[in-house]
Design a protein around this ligand. Structure first.
Ligand code: NDP
Length: 325
């Protein structure tokens, strides 16, 4: 079988990502082999590559994608050869073939193409838990969403609107802000040109933000605390500009703020939880209520170029590596 993967034998810049041939094993009793159509590129893959998050070497990045089941183990009853599936939380997804526990595979409806399906699981389930669990948005709430044209950010904007909340969005260019506006953001701040606190207060007033959804991290964290209402929620869920430095609990006292640093995998604790989020999101996509915007695609062999673009703030929407023909 002609199979390939991206492999790194050391941490470092995008150049450490090598395209190599691999052997595809037979599936274990509860496993499936999937021929990958597209693998999702996520910011966390850059943390694994750079060494910000520890990984065992050699390492194949990626945890998300979509494709067609090519083989199943003897005990597998939930999927069959030929099924179209997507996944999140399956290691080594930057590859032409992945080995997955069959229970991790999510069925893709016939009217959703595989590239769209590959773009959904990680970022849309993240946006979903942020707006339903971390701070359950309700009509009339006001949220601040940073990097609102990005893969995760623009999905948060759209889902916040689906729940009737008002969105204040930041992004690094006017073109990016236009994407946030088209996703439903009401107030737009170019945070390369405008101070975040001044921009938010000019838009909605002082201490008016119920929840900050912050995937940017170090560069935006303090401004987020400053614009929250008393008892508001700071959800710092990423490090795109670098990790947030240690925080003193006393800094939360003046407004009795809540601070959380959530991760997706503590919001996918059971098959029911994973399927519940997937089914609600797929329903929105099928009804045209949620736009999955693939901004950029590369061939699997060009994973390094994808990482470079993502880290250079040169992308919008979802980034995919195409392995299938
Ligand atoms: P994006 O598509 O949002 O790309 C990152 C964006 O961050 C850039 O386009 C850029 O937008 C903005 N940014 C601001 N400062 C920087 C900087 N110094 N370097 C690079 N980018 C910067 O990526 P993802 O949607 O994949 O991820 C967004 C964030 O969400 C990441 O921090 C990621 O780790 C986090 N995340 C967390 C999860 C969780 O469960 N905790 C799950 C999924 C993602 P602009 O130019 O507009 O500023």
């Amino acid at each position: 079988m002609n199979a390939h993967a991206i492999r790194m034998t050391t941490t470092g810049g995008p150049e450490v990502l090598e395209y190599v041939e691999i052997d595809v094993p037979d599936p274990g009793p509860s496993q499936a082999i999937v021929a990958v159509q597209a693998s999702g590129v996520n910011f966390i893959d850059t943390y694994h590559r750079s060494g910000l998050y520890d990984v065992p070497l050699p390492f194949t990045p990626g945890s998300e994608g979509a494709g067609v089941v090519a083989a199943v183990g003897t005990d597998v009853e939930t999927v069959a050869v030929g099924d179209r599936v997507a996944w999140v939380g399956v290691a080594a997804s930057y590859a032409s073939h992945v080995v997955a526990d069959a229970g991790m595979l999510l069925r893709v409806p016939d009217d959703v193409d595989l590239e769209t399906a590959a773009a959904i699981p990680l970022q849309a389930m993240t946006a979903h838990y942020l707006i339903t669990d971390t701070y359950p948005l309700a009509p009339g709430d006001t949220c601040l969403v940073h990097a609102a044209a990005g893969g995760t950010g623009r999905l948060i904007v759209q889902m916040a609107r689906l729940r009737g909340a008002r969105v204040v969005a930041t992004a690094g260019s006017d073109e990016k802000l236009e994407l946030a506006r088209a996703g439903g953001a009401e107030h737009l701040i170019n945070y390369r040109e405008t101070d975040i606190v001044a921009g938010v207060e000019a838009a909605v007033g002082r201490d008016a933000i119920d929840v900050v959804y912050d995937g940017v991290g170090a560069a935006t964290f303090e401004a987020g605390l400053a614009v929250l209402r008393p008892r508001g929620v700071m959800a710092t869920f990423g490090n795109a500009s670098g990790p947030v430095p240690p925080v003193s609990p006393l800094s939360l006292m003046p407004k009795s703020l809540f601070l959380t640093r959530p991760s997706l995998f503590s919001h996918l604790l059971s098959d029911d939880e994973r399927l519940g989020r997937w089914n609600e999101i797929i329903g929105w996509v099928q009804r045209g209520e949620l736009e999955i915007r693939v901004g950029h695609t590369w061939h699997l062999a060009e994973a390094g170029a994808a990482h470079h673009a993502l880290e250079s703030r040169a992308t919008t929407g979802k980034l995919l590596l195409i392995a299938g023909s």
